[in-house]
Design a protein around this ligand. Structure first.
Ligand SMILES: Cc1cc2nc3c(=O)[nH]c(=O)nc-3n(C[C@H](O)[C@H](O)[C@H](O)COP(=O)(O)OP(=O)(O)OC[C@H]3O[C@@H](n4cnc5c(N)ncnc54)[C@H](O)[C@@H]3O)c2cc1C
Ligand code: SF4
Ligand code: SF4
Length: 450
């Protein structure tokens, strides 16, 4: 990516959308909408000083909503270009309120609230579509209760939890524990406020609220309005601190997730959704289990699957190494359902097809290996490009011309036309570039000849 950013023959138009494509192979005219970042790309140094004091905190989509970001943000730390962007949906200043804190913080004077989106035209000989994929929505498989049981996460969410730059700094904190910790934080703020209120009564009457309340309950102070108020505020205070103490006690027992279950083929090889194998998920589950074990040597992982598809040179050895060195158990069986047990622990119900028995097993965290689904923007872009999509919703190519779309001069590579891993996507990108060059060369020859 860095090389692309620096390459003299590559112009990177990030935060932009293709709006219209006219012409034909060798002579396309593309209309591109360059969205307003409200930050000058040429001035922004990517230092991040602008976001330090931004008061607007929103869910961070890059971290799949598991963390938070500011209204001014960079998509992720290593992104190219490293420019920051103001999110117009949330920014106070752009929504008619007074703010501008980021502008004061930016030493490079890069913030520009008056920036407007621009429409630009490009003339190109050939087009390569590399828009990738989306993950299958596991909530569609109701029996896995994704979105209902907090400790059932997708593999991509799990990658963010494992990442040192992720929302937990690489600690395998369980989502249910994090939710309780957030609740404790909220309740502590409320408790501090209500403590202030009852503190005033205590100061005034030289007595603790607990002592006063015992006497109040015995029937003293009847008709005393001031003390009625105190009793009321004290009851409100107890309604905050009692659950707070219970949650704090519960939180004392929190520790990193150690018993992990990976469920394969979630949406893949499933006639209800995508009948094909997504190809990469068996290997990414093994990879994630190995990394989790590197984080904590007590971590154990069970990978539930119909079979493990370790297709590729060295992949089978990697799988065996995971089993031998990283506490990974491969359980042959399709998971029927996940239910929630005590302490928010997911319980996996599955048929062990080796022993021909239905079993239940409790885990700290369940990770779903979701299918490779078509990118949600496929239909719209297919219409703009006037290219066909296949019955699964990926861009259509033919078996003997695997990079060619239905429109001459437009090629496709990577997961935009079907599941594949990174090395395969990179190799396809090179091949697609070579196919595109053929069109460029032919059109140049034609131009010179005419
Ligand atoms: C949890 C998980 C872990 C994985 N781990 C591995 C691994 O360890 N090794 C491995 O080899 N593979 C792994 N994979 C597979 C890997 O993610 C894919 O092989 C790879 O991302 C495919 O690359 P791509 O460029 O085709 O698509 P993508 O990575 O999806 O990139 C497509 C890009 O296009 C952009 N885009 C989309 N629409 C538009 C548009 N209309 N205009 C402009 N831009 C657009 C997207 O924002 C995105 O940046 C993993 C997959 C998952 C789900
Ligand atoms: S104007 Fe305020 S809310 Fe908007 S990005 Fe800047 S600091 Fe954040
Ligand atoms: S790679 Fe493994 S998990 Fe993914 S669809 Fe194929 S068999 Fe299922």
């Amino acid at each position: 990516m860095l090389d692309v950013g620096r390459h003299p023959n590559i112009e990177l138009l990030a935060y932009s959308e293709v709006e219209k494509v006219e012409g034909e192979a060798g002579d396309f005219r593309i209309t591109v909408r360059r969205k307003a970042r409200y930050v000058d790309e040429d001035k922004c140094t990517g230092c991040g000083a602008c976001k330090e004091k931004c008061p607007t905190i929103v869910p961070d989509a890059f971290n799949r909503g598991l963390g938070q970001r500011k209204a001014i943000y960079s998509w992720f730390a290593q992104g190219i270009p490293s420019t920051h962007t103001i999110d117009p949906q949330y920014c106070r200043q752009l929504n008619g309120k007074k703010c501008g804190v980021c502008k004061k913080g930016c030493k490079a004077d890069a913030i520009n609230f008056d920036q407007k989106e621009r429409i630009i035209e490009l003339e190109v000989a050939s087009i390569i579509v590399a828009t990738g994929y989306d993950i299958f929505d596991p909530a569609l498989i109701h029996e896995y209760q994704y979105g209902k049981i907090a400790n059932v996460v997708t593999a991509i969410e799990f990658e963010r939890l494992l990442s040192a730059s992720g929302p937990t700094g690489g600690h395998l904190d369980r989502p249910s524990d994090r939710a309780i910790e957030a609740e404790i934080e909220e309740l502590e703020k409320k408790a501090a406020k209500s403590q202030k209120v009852i503190g005033k009564f205590e100061e005034q009457h030289g007595e603790s609220s607990a002592e006063f309340y015992t006497r109040y309950e015995k029937g003293e102070f009847k008709g005393d309005e001031e003390r009625e108020k105190w009793a009321e505020r004290y009851k409100e205070h107890l309604a905050i601190v009692e659950p707070l103490e219970a949650l704090k006690k519960r939180a004392e027992g929190f520790s990193a997730a150690k018993r992990l279950a990976f469920i394969q083929c979630v949406g893949s090889r499933d006639a209800r959704f995508y009948p094909f194998c997504s190809g990469y998920c068996c290997m990414h589950s093994i990879k994630e289990a190995i990394i989790a074990h590197e984080h904590g040597s007590e971590t154990t992982s069970t990978i539930f699957g119909m079979d493990i598809r370790a297709v590729g040179k060295g992949f089978e050895e990697y799988k065996v190494r995971g089993g031998n060195n990283s506490n990974i158990r491969y359980a042959r069986g399709r998971v029927a359902e996940i239910i929630e047990g005590p302490d928010n622990n997911p319980i996996v119900v599955y048929e062990d097809t080796r022993e021909r028995k239905v079993k239940e097993e409790e885990f700290d965290l369940v990770i779903l290996a979701t299918a490779c689904a078509p990118n949600s923007g496929v239909k719209q872009l297919a219409e703009i490009l006037d290219i066909e999509i296949d019955r699964f919703g990926f861009y259509k190519t033919s078996a003997n011309q695997p990079l060619d779309t239905s429109r001459p001069g437009i090629f496709v590579c990577g997961c935009a036309h079907g599941p594949m891993d990174i090395p395969e996507s990179v190799a396809q990108a090179s091949s697609a570039a070579a196919r595109a060059v053929q069109i460029v060369t032919a059109s140049e020859k034609l131009r010179k000849a005419s």
